[in-house]
Design a protein around this ligand. Structure first.
Ligand SMILES: *Cc1c(COP(=O)(O)O)cnc(C)c1O
Length: 234
């Protein structure tokens, strides 16, 4: 068994235990393997161990990897900050975009998505920590953006995504994730057909699953520690 296969197995077991502890079906939590900065061969090893969905933060890197591995039929999720001059590439190389935080980006993705393909799945990224430096729409602005995005023809709004501030405070993390869950429940009550809470990373998947995560985004626990950030650009 490769290291990546063993790590994947361990992460799947963590997900199953956390789901059971929360009284949830483990099948209700999907694992997104975040392969940013890792070469196509690492993705290939994870795919050989049964992993189907992969997340990328940098447009060119993700587009290149998806093209190199097209024969594997994998599912690609864009989870990083997205600038408007990069939307055209993202609209058709990826199956999902988790990081919508402006209507302009959503409108461009909708206009640029091939008409022959199924709509692009998207999530709105919400800034649950209220830090000015983080990307994501502020919680009080999320409703208006969600309704506008849901009306775009070539997008399918699936739910909400968040990245809480790094903290070892489990109770604080739980509150951040609970805020995202409550926001999704409000939007569902208003008639939006949302089924996704994209939350939880290597160090906090348990807290996220306890609060209802349906997609956890895990990089380090599968592929290992990444090299120092800054070597890559969007
Ligand atoms: C890098 C990244 C992850 C994965 O983080 P790990 O701590 O390595 O599991 C998840 N989500 C987003 C948006 C990321 O940028």
């Amino acid at each position: 068994m490769t290291v990546i296969a063993a790590n994947l197995q361990a992460v799947r077991e963590r997900i199953a235990r956390a789901a059971q502890a929360a009284g949830r079906d483990p099948e209700s939590v999907a694992l997104l393997a975040v392969s940013k900065t890792w070469p196509a061969e690492a993705v290939r090893a994870a795919a050989a161990a049964g992993q189907h969905a992969f997340g990328e933060n940098y447009v060119q890197e993700g587009v290149d990897k998806a093209a190199a591995l097209a024969a594997l039929g994998l599912e690609w999720h864009f989870i990083g900050p997205l600038q408007s001059n990069k939307t055209r590439q993202v609209a058709n190389a990826f199956h999902w975009v988790h990081s919508i935080d402006r209507l302009k980006i959503a409108e461009r993705l909708s206009a640029q998505r091939d008409a022959q393909r199924s709509p692009l799945n998207v999530c709105i990224q919400v800034n649950v920590s209220g830090e000015d430096t983080k990307s994501g729409v502020m919680p009080h602005e999320a409703r208006e953006l969600a309704h506008a995005v849901a009306a775009l023809p070539r997008l399918r709004l699936r739910g909400l995504m968040c990245i809480p501030e790094p903290t070892a405070d489990e109770a604080l993390l739980r509150r951040r994730f609970a805020m995202l869950r409550a926001l999704k429940a409000e939007l569902v009550a208003e008639g939006l057909a949302l089924d996704t809470l994209s939350m939880g990373m290597s160090h906090d998947i348990e807290a996220a699953i306890a609060e209802g995560a349906t997609i956890v985004r895990v990089g380090t626990a599968i592929f290992g520690a990444r090299a120092v950030a800054g070597a890559q650009a969007g």
